[in-house]
Design a protein around this ligand. Structure first.
Ligand code: DON
Length: 321
Protein backbone atom coordinates (compact mmCIF):
# COMPACT_ATOMS: atom_id res chain seq x y z
CA UNK A 1 0.00 0.00 0.00
CA UNK A 2 2.86 2.34 0.85
CA UNK A 3 4.49 1.76 -2.54
CA UNK A 4 1.18 2.26 -4.32
CA UNK A 5 0.67 5.45 -2.30
CA UNK A 6 -2.71 4.36 -0.92
CA UNK A 7 -2.09 4.17 2.82
CA UNK A 8 -5.15 4.98 4.90
CA UNK A 9 -3.27 7.95 6.43
CA UNK A 10 -0.91 9.12 3.68
CA UNK A 11 0.74 11.76 5.86
CA UNK A 12 1.13 9.68 9.00
CA UNK A 13 3.83 11.97 10.44
CA UNK A 14 1.53 14.97 10.35
CA UNK A 15 -1.29 12.90 11.87
CA UNK A 16 0.99 11.80 14.73
CA UNK A 17 2.15 15.36 15.38
CA UNK A 18 -1.46 16.39 15.80
CA UNK A 19 -2.12 13.44 18.12
CA UNK A 20 0.90 14.47 20.17
CA UNK A 21 -0.47 18.01 20.58
CA UNK A 22 -3.85 16.62 21.63
CA UNK A 23 -2.27 14.21 24.10
CA UNK A 24 -0.17 16.99 25.66
CA UNK A 25 -3.20 19.27 25.93
CA UNK A 26 -5.20 16.60 27.75
CA UNK A 27 -2.25 15.88 30.03
CA UNK A 28 -1.87 19.58 30.86
CA UNK A 29 -5.57 20.44 31.22
CA UNK A 30 -7.01 17.34 32.86
CA UNK A 31 -5.36 16.62 36.15
CA UNK A 32 -4.94 12.99 37.16
CA UNK A 33 -6.69 14.04 40.37
CA UNK A 34 -9.89 14.77 38.40
CA UNK A 35 -10.82 11.10 38.83
CA UNK A 36 -10.11 8.18 41.11
CA UNK A 37 -8.62 4.76 40.47
CA UNK A 38 -11.07 1.88 40.79
CA UNK A 39 -10.74 0.50 44.30
CA UNK A 40 -13.31 -2.30 44.46
CA UNK A 41 -10.47 -4.53 43.34
CA UNK A 42 -7.81 -3.39 45.85
CA UNK A 43 -4.91 -4.08 43.49
CA UNK A 44 -6.19 -1.50 40.99
CA UNK A 45 -6.20 1.22 43.64
CA UNK A 46 -2.44 0.84 44.07
CA UNK A 47 -1.54 1.65 40.45
CA UNK A 48 0.04 5.06 39.79
CA UNK A 49 -2.70 7.52 38.72
CA UNK A 50 -0.04 9.37 36.69
CA UNK A 51 0.24 6.75 33.98
CA UNK A 52 -0.92 8.15 30.67
CA UNK A 53 -0.34 6.31 27.42
CA UNK A 54 -1.71 6.26 23.90
CA UNK A 55 -1.18 4.01 20.95
CA UNK A 56 -2.53 3.98 17.41
CA UNK A 57 -2.49 1.22 14.83
CA UNK A 58 -4.03 1.71 11.39
CA UNK A 59 -5.58 -1.05 9.28
CA UNK A 60 -2.44 -1.01 7.15
CA UNK A 61 -0.20 -1.42 10.18
CA UNK A 62 1.17 2.11 10.66
CA UNK A 63 1.80 2.57 14.36
CA UNK A 64 2.59 5.36 16.78
CA UNK A 65 2.76 5.55 20.57
CA UNK A 66 2.95 8.23 23.25
CA UNK A 67 3.67 8.28 26.99
CA UNK A 68 3.13 5.07 28.95
CA UNK A 69 1.99 2.97 26.00
CA UNK A 70 4.23 0.09 27.09
CA UNK A 71 2.96 -0.14 30.67
CA UNK A 72 1.08 -3.40 31.23
CA UNK A 73 -2.34 -3.04 32.81
CA UNK A 74 -5.22 -5.27 33.78
CA UNK A 75 -7.48 -5.67 30.75
CA UNK A 76 -10.71 -5.89 32.79
CA UNK A 77 -13.77 -5.11 30.69
CA UNK A 78 -11.78 -4.27 27.58
CA UNK A 79 -11.81 -8.04 27.10
CA UNK A 80 -15.61 -8.16 26.81
CA UNK A 81 -15.99 -7.30 23.09
CA UNK A 82 -13.26 -9.84 22.35
CA UNK A 83 -14.65 -12.74 24.37
CA UNK A 84 -18.01 -11.96 22.74
CA UNK A 85 -16.24 -12.32 19.34
CA UNK A 86 -14.88 -15.73 20.33
CA UNK A 87 -18.35 -16.92 21.39
CA UNK A 88 -19.75 -15.71 18.04
CA UNK A 89 -16.99 -17.45 16.07
CA UNK A 90 -17.82 -20.71 17.79
CA UNK A 91 -21.61 -20.65 17.76
CA UNK A 92 -22.83 -17.93 15.40
CA UNK A 93 -25.11 -15.03 16.13
CA UNK A 94 -28.38 -16.91 16.52
CA UNK A 95 -27.20 -19.26 19.25
CA UNK A 96 -25.21 -16.60 21.14
CA UNK A 97 -28.18 -14.25 21.18
CA UNK A 98 -30.48 -16.91 22.58
CA UNK A 99 -28.46 -16.25 25.73
CA UNK A 100 -27.53 -12.55 25.50
CA UNK A 101 -29.51 -9.47 24.48
CA UNK A 102 -28.41 -6.56 22.31
CA UNK A 103 -29.77 -3.51 24.13
CA UNK A 104 -27.95 -1.08 26.40
CA UNK A 105 -28.93 -1.71 30.00
CA UNK A 106 -28.92 1.97 30.98
CA UNK A 107 -27.55 1.04 34.39
CA UNK A 108 -24.14 0.29 35.92
CA UNK A 109 -22.05 -2.54 34.48
CA UNK A 110 -22.44 -4.71 37.56
CA UNK A 111 -26.14 -4.03 38.22
CA UNK A 112 -28.20 -6.97 39.33
CA UNK A 113 -30.65 -6.95 36.46
CA UNK A 114 -31.69 -8.94 33.39
CA UNK A 115 -33.85 -7.99 30.40
CA UNK A 116 -37.53 -8.87 29.96
CA UNK A 117 -36.53 -12.32 28.61
CA UNK A 118 -34.41 -13.03 31.70
CA UNK A 119 -31.21 -12.67 29.70
CA UNK A 120 -28.31 -10.24 30.22
CA UNK A 121 -28.91 -6.99 28.30
CA UNK A 122 -25.72 -7.17 26.21
CA UNK A 123 -22.23 -8.75 26.20
CA UNK A 124 -20.44 -5.51 27.27
CA UNK A 125 -21.67 -5.63 30.87
CA UNK A 126 -20.72 -8.18 33.50
CA UNK A 127 -23.75 -10.46 33.20
CA UNK A 128 -23.42 -10.63 29.41
CA UNK A 129 -19.68 -11.18 29.52
CA UNK A 130 -20.10 -13.99 32.04
CA UNK A 131 -22.63 -15.52 29.62
CA UNK A 132 -20.24 -15.10 26.67
CA UNK A 133 -17.54 -16.88 28.70
CA UNK A 134 -19.92 -19.76 29.35
CA UNK A 135 -20.19 -20.22 25.56
CA UNK A 136 -16.44 -20.39 24.83
CA UNK A 137 -15.28 -24.03 24.46
CA UNK A 138 -17.76 -25.13 27.15
CA UNK A 139 -16.79 -28.80 27.01
CA UNK A 140 -13.07 -28.15 27.57
CA UNK A 141 -11.36 -27.78 30.96
CA UNK A 142 -10.83 -24.15 32.05
CA UNK A 143 -7.10 -24.19 31.38
CA UNK A 144 -7.76 -25.09 27.73
CA UNK A 145 -10.42 -22.40 27.47
CA UNK A 146 -8.10 -19.81 28.96
CA UNK A 147 -5.27 -20.86 26.67
CA UNK A 148 -7.58 -20.57 23.65
CA UNK A 149 -8.62 -17.02 24.60
CA UNK A 150 -5.01 -16.06 25.25
CA UNK A 151 -3.89 -17.42 21.88
CA UNK A 152 -6.69 -15.69 19.99
CA UNK A 153 -5.87 -12.38 21.69
CA UNK A 154 -2.25 -12.80 20.75
CA UNK A 155 -3.21 -13.49 17.11
CA UNK A 156 -5.33 -10.34 17.13
CA UNK A 157 -2.34 -8.38 18.50
CA UNK A 158 0.14 -9.38 15.83
CA UNK A 159 1.55 -12.32 17.79
CA UNK A 160 2.38 -10.27 20.91
CA UNK A 161 1.60 -12.21 24.09
CA UNK A 162 -0.82 -10.93 26.71
CA UNK A 163 0.15 -11.39 30.36
CA UNK A 164 -1.86 -12.48 33.36
CA UNK A 165 -1.86 -11.10 36.90
CA UNK A 166 -2.43 -13.71 39.55
CA UNK A 167 -2.64 -10.88 42.12
CA UNK A 168 -5.53 -9.22 40.26
CA UNK A 169 -7.17 -12.61 39.69
CA UNK A 170 -7.08 -13.48 43.40
CA UNK A 171 -8.23 -9.98 44.29
CA UNK A 172 -11.03 -10.20 41.73
CA UNK A 173 -12.24 -13.54 43.11
CA UNK A 174 -12.24 -12.29 46.68
CA UNK A 175 -14.40 -9.28 45.76
CA UNK A 176 -16.84 -10.99 43.47
CA UNK A 177 -20.10 -11.04 45.44
CA UNK A 178 -21.98 -9.16 42.73
CA UNK A 179 -20.68 -11.41 39.96
CA UNK A 180 -21.66 -14.50 41.96
CA UNK A 181 -25.06 -12.90 42.52
CA UNK A 182 -25.44 -12.30 38.74
CA UNK A 183 -24.32 -15.85 38.03
CA UNK A 184 -26.83 -17.41 40.42
CA UNK A 185 -29.60 -15.14 39.18
CA UNK A 186 -28.94 -16.24 35.57
CA UNK A 187 -28.69 -19.87 36.65
CA UNK A 188 -31.99 -19.53 38.52
CA UNK A 189 -33.59 -18.20 35.32
CA UNK A 190 -32.07 -21.07 33.26
CA UNK A 191 -30.30 -18.51 31.11
CA UNK A 192 -27.07 -20.52 30.67
CA UNK A 193 -26.66 -23.23 28.02
CA UNK A 194 -27.47 -26.69 29.46
CA UNK A 195 -24.51 -28.33 31.19
CA UNK A 196 -22.82 -25.06 32.24
CA UNK A 197 -20.88 -25.25 35.48
CA UNK A 198 -21.42 -21.87 37.11
CA UNK A 199 -18.27 -21.85 39.23
CA UNK A 200 -16.09 -22.79 36.26
CA UNK A 201 -17.72 -20.08 34.16
CA UNK A 202 -17.15 -17.41 36.80
CA UNK A 203 -13.59 -18.55 37.35
CA UNK A 204 -12.93 -18.36 33.60
CA UNK A 205 -14.51 -14.87 33.50
CA UNK A 206 -12.26 -13.70 36.39
CA UNK A 207 -9.23 -15.07 34.55
CA UNK A 208 -10.17 -13.19 31.39
CA UNK A 209 -10.54 -9.93 33.37
CA UNK A 210 -7.10 -10.52 34.93
CA UNK A 211 -5.27 -10.75 31.61
CA UNK A 212 -2.74 -7.99 31.13
CA UNK A 213 -2.07 -5.94 28.04
CA UNK A 214 -0.73 -2.51 27.10
CA UNK A 215 -1.88 0.30 24.81
CA UNK A 216 0.17 -1.04 21.90
CA UNK A 217 -1.28 -4.55 21.96
CA UNK A 218 -4.79 -3.25 22.52
CA UNK A 219 -4.44 -0.88 19.55
CA UNK A 220 -3.38 -3.74 17.25
CA UNK A 221 -6.21 -5.98 18.53
CA UNK A 222 -8.66 -3.11 17.96
CA UNK A 223 -7.23 -2.52 14.49
CA UNK A 224 -7.94 -6.19 13.74
CA UNK A 225 -11.60 -5.42 14.48
CA UNK A 226 -11.39 -2.25 12.35
CA UNK A 227 -9.89 -4.38 9.55
CA UNK A 228 -12.81 -6.82 9.75
CA UNK A 229 -10.83 -9.60 11.36
CA UNK A 230 -7.50 -9.47 9.56
CA UNK A 231 -4.59 -8.48 11.81
CA UNK A 232 -2.91 -5.46 10.18
CA UNK A 233 0.60 -6.34 11.31
CA UNK A 234 0.62 -10.02 10.31
CA UNK A 235 -2.10 -10.29 7.66
CA UNK A 236 -3.59 -13.25 9.55
CA UNK A 237 -7.37 -13.60 9.30
CA UNK A 238 -8.39 -14.13 12.93
CA UNK A 239 -12.11 -13.33 12.93
CA UNK A 240 -14.92 -13.41 10.42
CA UNK A 241 -16.03 -10.01 9.11
CA UNK A 242 -19.52 -10.64 10.45
CA UNK A 243 -18.15 -11.27 13.96
CA UNK A 244 -16.36 -7.91 13.87
CA UNK A 245 -19.48 -6.16 12.61
CA UNK A 246 -21.55 -7.62 15.48
CA UNK A 247 -19.02 -6.75 18.16
CA UNK A 248 -18.46 -3.22 16.84
CA UNK A 249 -22.22 -2.60 16.72
CA UNK A 250 -22.54 -3.43 20.41
CA UNK A 251 -19.38 -1.53 21.35
CA UNK A 252 -21.03 1.46 19.68
CA UNK A 253 -24.29 1.20 21.61
CA UNK A 254 -23.11 -0.34 24.91
CA UNK A 255 -19.31 0.01 25.30
CA UNK A 256 -18.97 2.86 27.80
CA UNK A 257 -21.20 1.67 30.66
CA UNK A 258 -24.08 4.03 31.34
CA UNK A 259 -22.29 6.77 29.41
CA UNK A 260 -22.76 4.78 26.18
CA UNK A 261 -25.53 6.98 24.76
CA UNK A 262 -23.57 10.16 25.49
CA UNK A 263 -20.46 8.60 23.96
CA UNK A 264 -22.30 7.54 20.78
CA UNK A 265 -23.68 11.07 20.49
CA UNK A 266 -20.53 13.00 21.27
CA UNK A 267 -17.71 10.74 20.06
CA UNK A 268 -19.59 8.46 17.65
CA UNK A 269 -16.99 5.67 17.47
CA UNK A 270 -17.36 2.05 18.71
CA UNK A 271 -15.28 1.75 21.87
CA UNK A 272 -14.88 -0.15 25.11
CA UNK A 273 -13.66 1.00 28.49
CA UNK A 274 -12.42 -0.98 31.48
CA UNK A 275 -12.11 -0.19 35.17
CA UNK A 276 -8.32 -0.20 35.11
CA UNK A 277 -8.54 3.03 33.06
CA UNK A 278 -8.23 1.97 29.45
CA UNK A 279 -10.45 2.88 26.51
CA UNK A 280 -9.93 1.67 22.97
CA UNK A 281 -11.85 3.15 20.11
CA UNK A 282 -12.20 1.26 16.84
CA UNK A 283 -12.62 3.34 13.70
CA UNK A 284 -13.71 0.99 10.88
CA UNK A 285 -11.54 1.25 7.76
CA UNK A 286 -9.07 3.37 9.70
CA UNK A 287 -7.72 1.52 12.74
CA UNK A 288 -7.74 1.77 16.51
CA UNK A 289 -6.59 4.24 19.14
CA UNK A 290 -6.12 3.08 22.73
CA UNK A 291 -5.64 5.17 25.84
CA UNK A 292 -4.55 4.22 29.33
CA UNK A 293 -5.02 6.53 32.32
CA UNK A 294 -6.26 4.90 35.56
CA UNK A 295 -8.32 7.65 37.27
CA UNK A 296 -12.02 7.10 36.52
CA UNK A 297 -15.06 9.37 36.56
CA UNK A 298 -18.15 8.55 38.63
CA UNK A 299 -19.48 6.22 35.89
CA UNK A 300 -16.24 4.22 35.68
CA UNK A 301 -14.62 5.59 32.51
CA UNK A 302 -11.08 6.97 32.34
CA UNK A 303 -11.36 10.75 32.76
CA UNK A 304 -8.43 11.54 30.50
CA UNK A 305 -9.54 8.85 28.06
CA UNK A 306 -13.01 10.34 27.59
CA UNK A 307 -11.52 13.83 27.26
CA UNK A 308 -8.94 12.67 24.71
CA UNK A 309 -11.52 11.06 22.43
CA UNK A 310 -13.96 13.95 22.82
CA UNK A 311 -11.24 16.33 21.62
CA UNK A 312 -10.12 13.88 18.93
CA UNK A 313 -13.44 14.04 17.10
CA UNK A 314 -13.36 17.85 17.22
CA UNK A 315 -10.09 17.69 15.35
CA UNK A 316 -10.61 14.74 12.97
CA UNK A 317 -13.64 13.47 11.06
CA UNK A 318 -13.82 10.19 12.98
CA UNK A 319 -17.37 10.61 14.33
CA UNK A 320 -19.61 8.21 12.39
CA UNK A 321 -21.89 10.99 11.26
O1 DON B 1 -16.46 -8.06 36.84
C1 DON B 1 -15.84 -7.16 37.33
O2 DON B 1 -16.17 -6.61 38.33
C2 DON B 1 -14.63 -6.59 36.66
N1 DON B 1 -13.48 -7.32 36.78
C3 DON B 1 -14.97 -6.10 35.28
C4 DON B 1 -14.57 -4.77 35.33
C5 DON B 1 -14.88 -3.79 34.29
O3 DON B 1 -13.97 -3.25 33.71
C6 DON B 1 -16.31 -3.35 34.20
N2 DON B 1 -16.99 -3.62 33.05
N3 DON B 1 -17.93 -3.72 32.43
Amino acid sequence: RAFKGNLVVPDFKDFCNRLQILFNEVKANVSHTAGKNADYIPKLAQISPNYFGMSVCTIDGQRFQLGDANIEFSVQSCCKPLTYCFALEEHGEEKVHKHIGREPSGVAFNSICLNSKDRPHNPMINAGAIMACSLIKPKEPIYERFQYVNEQLSKMSGGLKWGFSNIVYQSEKMHADRNFCLGYMMQGKKAFPPGTNLHDTLDFYFQCCSLETDCNKLAIAGATLANMGECPTTGMKVLKSRTCRDSLSLMYSCGLYDYSGEWAFKVGIPAKSGVSGSIYAVIPDFGCISIYSPPLDSIGNSVRGVEFFTRLVDEFIFHNF
